[in-house]
Ligand binder design. Structure first.
Ligand code: SF4
Length: 445
């Protein structure tokens, strides 16, 4: 049997795309290789959000060039956002690449691979009008046995100045709600307790009269589903209906990733995010007013063109004011094709790194303090990974990671865990002695 090896960079949407490519290759007679050296086809699914991520592609292909010389039958595929953004230039810079596909054309990878095996020339498919949803659910090779990703929409209608996504994934395209519900039902039937709905701006979803809150209600009612999550939400599409859905639907987890990017109105305006700091804070208040115990995480870009120390301090203040559970801090990097690319990237890299370190350090201290207060409480943990010999890990409904002693038999099960220790990024616990009797006096997280 021929073998394939996949390498994925970037977000959950890319992970889900790679799961689709893996499933389609398996249906075409391939099996998964543990290493690129054993594979007949290596596929690199790329991310263009950061400059470094794009460079990673060329380094990866550079490493594979030597392998291809030793094994002339090896074929190399490149997909995702760098493929879409750079187009045929990828082939000029990396002529070892045989198959080049955009994020909307991944379903065609097996057919293109068959063609490059028959004809000695590279194949390109970058048609942004293609329907990327036409991969049957049964063909997706999910990477987790517990949490299944389901892409509900592609692309983005926003124009954030720093972002390449609208260019690489195109405008919003939503999947019919009935297809999403059918896919979730089939995943639950295959044993997945948790589903995460994916979209670049997932809460902008709409299918006729069904908005995102409506989609949550439909999916929530799929019999047997234990947990429902979604990402990524845009602050501009948070509605009272969405807040009500988070409050009223018990299987929808009380966790929201809500990128703010900056706490400075001047920078937010330049970024074209479409909201002010006050509006973001009001959105958080709306959510917390309905869902008291809501966990929020966010993305922040520091070192954006023109970001003065006062702008950075405004972001630090916002982080204090909102109190995020987690924060992903990135140093700004100019991306060709974005409007911010025309602005002078005026902050020295050293200063950007300093701001990343200051903000991360601050957030880590806040997380440590918040997590320490959880020691002694109990949490409902859905076990999703083997963390080592005799150890497992899982997530609470609020997406907090908990490690504890346990066997692989717990994988996919939700258990009550007593929290015994806390770090900034995860909790440690144990199965309580009274877990067999059901007696408990500790608060449940
Ligand atoms: S909302 Fe902005 S940052 Fe998010 S994908 Fe769309 S353009 Fe990019």
């Amino acid at each position: 049997m021929p073998k394939f090896f996949l390498q994925t960079f970037g977000c959950q949407m890319n992970v889900n795309d790679s799961e689709k490519v893996a499933g389609l290759l398996m249906a075409d007679g391939y099996e998964r290789a543990a290493r690129a050296e054993e594979a007949d086809f290596v596929f690199i699914n790329t991310c263009a959000v950061r400059e470094k991520a794009a460079e990673k592609l060329y380094h990866a292909v550079g490493r594979l060039k030597g392998l291809k010389r030793r094994r002339p039958g090896l074929r190399i595929g490149v997909g995702g956002c760098v493929a879409q953004l750079h187009g045929a230039a990828v082939l000029r810079r990396a002529p070892a690449v045989d198959v080049l596909v955009g994020p909307r054309n991944l379903a065609r990878v097996p057919a293109l691979l068959r063609r490059v095996r028959a004809e000695p020339r590279s194949m390109i498919d970058l048609d942004r009008r293609a329907d990327s949803f036409d991969v049957p659910s049964s063909a997706v090779a999910h990477s987790s046995p517990v949490r299944a990703y389901v892409t509900v929409m592609e692309g983005c209608n926003h124009v954030c100045s720093f972002c390449v996504v609208p260019r690489t994934r195109g405008p919003e395209a939503c999947r019919p709600a009935r297809h999403v519900v059918a896919e979730v039902a089939s995943l639950v039937a295959r044993g997945f307790p948790e589903v995460m709905l994916l979209g670049q701006t997932v809460n902008a979803y709409r299918d006729g009269d069904v908005d995102f809150a409506g989609l949550l209600r439909l999916v929530h009612d799929v019999p047997g589903l234990e947990r429902l999550r979604f990402t990524t939400s845009h602050p501009g599409h948070v509605t009272p209906r969405l807040a009500d859905a988070l409050r009223d639907l018990p299987r929808v987890c009380p966790y929201l990733h809500l990128p703010v990017q900056s706490g400075s109105d001047r920078i937010l305006a330049s970024m074209r995010r479409g909201y002010t700091r006050r509006q973001y804070v009001e959105t958080v208040a709306l959510l917390r007013g309905r869902v008291g115990d809501l966990a929020l995480s966010s993305d922040v870009i520091v070192g954006y063109p023109g970001e003065a120390e006062a702008d950075f301090q405004a972001t630090m203040d916002l982080v204090d004011e909102v109190g995020f559970e987690g924060l992903f801090v990135f140093a700004y990097s100019p991306r060709p094709g974005t409007t911010a690319f025309r602005l002078r990237d005026d902050l020295p890299e050293e200063e950007k790194r300093r701001r990343v370190a200051v903000l991360n350090g601050h957030q880590q201290r806040l997380q440590q303090r918040r997590n320490a207060a959880r020691v002694g409480s109990r949490a409902q943990v859905l076990v999703d990974a083997i963390a080592g010999p005799g150890r497992v890990a899982g997530r609470t409904p609020h997406f907090r990671i908990v490690h504890f002693a346990g066997s692989g038999e717990l994988l996919g099960r939700t258990v009550e865990v007593e929290i015994t220790a806390a770090g900034p990024n995860s909790l440690t616990g144990r199965l309580p002695i009274d877990s067999l009797t059901g007696a408990s006096s500790a608060p449940i997280l």
